[in-house]
Design a protein around this ligand. Structure first.
Ligand code: ADP
Ligand code: LRH
Length: 487
């Protein structure tokens, strides 16, 4: 088996990419790309999970049309969101999107029952209103009790294809229900939700074979014969697997897409009170690692501005317009809860600027500039915090994901953090997904080798820091705005 396909579905778009390893070089071919996004209905936010499944099928049909009759397939998606199944394996409800507002105030309700200190000591997971723990707490109790199985989104997509129910470990850790000590779901947290352990499947590690796509689907849709390999199904886990190693230099990463995930890979979790106070997370990685990182609001901000502006400009055009706009004219505290899912992002950004006595961004270029400047400033603050918490100085920041295409943001980041930024690969998530498949089939020995291959196979652009005029004054302005935690 030497054909490998990664189905990588982010909150804003999905793609099926074919990976080919030839003479030590990995190449990617895009087979299918589609848009994604949640829809709001009667005040609730849902994903169209059937559409996502259909898009995987369409992508596989395209692969077949390209002459691929046999392949392996790995799936990754965004984290935390779940699907309830009844005893017949049918979906009980629609799939809530994590920005749904039913969790507002739930974190505080749970904190009154079980202290956040206890939850953090057990799980090492940062407090985010949309962690599955809080989503499930807000879910209809009766419906939850009746659920035979609770799968996360990629688990469900694997189930639809292959018929096997799993809870993949990297993604399961984002539920905030896994216990770092026992390596399994925590019984106290489950009982808080009135859930039984059997409602979840045994944890599955990335790299395991999940059998083949069901024969009935292969015949019905004329698909290749696909062996399903359990990827690191949390997209951020895959993205970090796809980060090439910086030999001899201490590096941190930003996985830059809908979210910016800034952190480092560690062999151990850091769940001490300092890490808790700074709200850093310890998500489980593949191959015994932890991602010690921070969620930063990310390119969701520009995605929303672009959507509300009627998609008049592409992301590349918005970056160009931002480049023409005045630098550091107005800044927003990106991680403030008001930006998680406002009714109107453009108005929310404008209000935040007006309330803090800054010029109000009017044009798309000014709005984009405000977002990119603010993201770069956030990266600076959180990078400094990361260094303090890990006790390790970071020499270079590697930006991967769609945001690595944004040269303005990469350069701004280098300038503001005063360190080299390396941008790429833009498809690190699909590459990390493929790395697990290549290791499974034995084409690559381990993740270190996979990362070396990725580093040699894809262009990486270096951005050298340039001096920022009046940096001290800028830092003072930022310090007055910066809100460190999403609540
Ligand atoms: P996700 O996986 O969360 O859906 P991606 O990693 O696909 O996100 O990144 C999508 C983001 O990448 C877009 O929102 C956009 O801001 C950015 N992006 C993609 N291509 C470009 C480009 N050519 N120029 C500037 N930004 C880009
Ligand atoms: C990025 C991501 C992130 C999660 C969020 C829900 O796509 O998976 O790691 O925190 O979406």
């Amino acid at each position: 088996m030497n054909k490998h396909i990664a189905a990588d579905i982010g909150a804003s778009s999905g793609r099926l990419l074919l990976g080919t390893l030839k003479e030590g070089e990995l190449s990617l071919e895009e087979i299918h790309r589609f848009s994604n996004g949640f829809k709001e209905r009667e005040g609730s936010c849902f994903w169209d999970i059937d559409y996502l499944f259909e898009q995987i099928i369409v992508g596989l049909q395209k692969a077949k049309a390209l002459g691929i009759s046999e392949c392996t397939l790995g799936i990754d998606t965004w984290a935390v969101d779940y699907v309830l199944l009844d005893a017949d394996g049918s979906r009980i409800q629609e799939v809530y999107a994590y920005r749904d507002r039913r969790t507002v105030g739930v974190m505080e309700e749970v904190a009154a029952i079980l202290s956040p200190e206890t939850v953090y000591a057990k799980t090492g997971i940062q407090q985010l209103t949309f962690n599955t723990l809080y989503q499930l707490y807000a879910h209809d109790r009766k419906e939850l009790a009746e659920a035979d199985q609770i799968l996360l989104v990629p688990d469900y997509l694997y189930y639809r294809l292959g018929g096997r129910k799993i809870n993949e470990a990297t993604n399961a850790s984002t539920t905030q229900l896994l216990n770092l000590q026992t390596g399994d779901f925590d019984s106290e947290l489950l009982s808080l939700l009135h859930l039984r352990r059997e409602q979840f499947a045994p944890l599955t590690a990335p790299g395991e074979s999940l059998g083949f796509i069901q024969e009935s689907l292969v015949r019905q849709y004329d698909l290749p014969r696909c062996q399903l390999i359990c990827a690191a199904t949390h997209d951020t886990a895959s993205a970090v697997l796809g980060v090439p190693v910086q030999k001899g230099r201490s590096a941190a990463y930003v996985s830059s897409g809908t979210w910016s995930l800034l952190g480092v890979e560690l062999d151990y979790p850091i769940n001490n009170p300092q890490a808790m106070a700074a709200n850093y997370t310890n998500e489980w990685g593949a191959f015994g690692t932890y991602r010690f990182l921070k969620n930063i609001m990310g390119l969701w901000l520009i995605q929303e501005v672009r959507r509300l502006d009627g998609e008049r400009y592409s992301f590349a055009e918005l970056a160009r317009l931002a480049g023409e706009a005045e630098a550091f004219r107005s800044l927003i505290p990106c991680n403030a809860p008001r930006f998680l899912n406002p009714d109107n992002m453009i108005e929310e950004i404008r209000s935040a600027c007006a309330e803090s006595g800054q010029p109000v961004p009017v044009t798309p270029g000014q709005l984009a500039r405000c977002i990119f400047d603010s993201l770069a400033m956030s990266y600076r603050s959180y990078l400094q915090e990361l260094e303090e918490l890990t006790g390790t100085a970071v020499e270079v920041l590697q930006i991967v994901g769609g945001g690595a295409n944004n040269a303005l943001l990469c350069q701004l980041t280098a300038d503001v953090i005063g360190r080299e930024v390396l941008a790429g690969p833009t498809e690190s998530t699909a590459l990390g997904n493929l790395a697990v498949q290549l290791i499974h089939v034995g084409s690559v020995a381990n993740i270190a080798e996979a990362r070396a291959i990725i580093g040699n196979s894809f262009p990486i652009i270096s951005y050298t820091p340039r001096p920022v005029p009046q940096l001290e004054a800028l830092l003072d302005r930022w310090g007055a705005l910066h809100v460190p935690v999403i609540h």
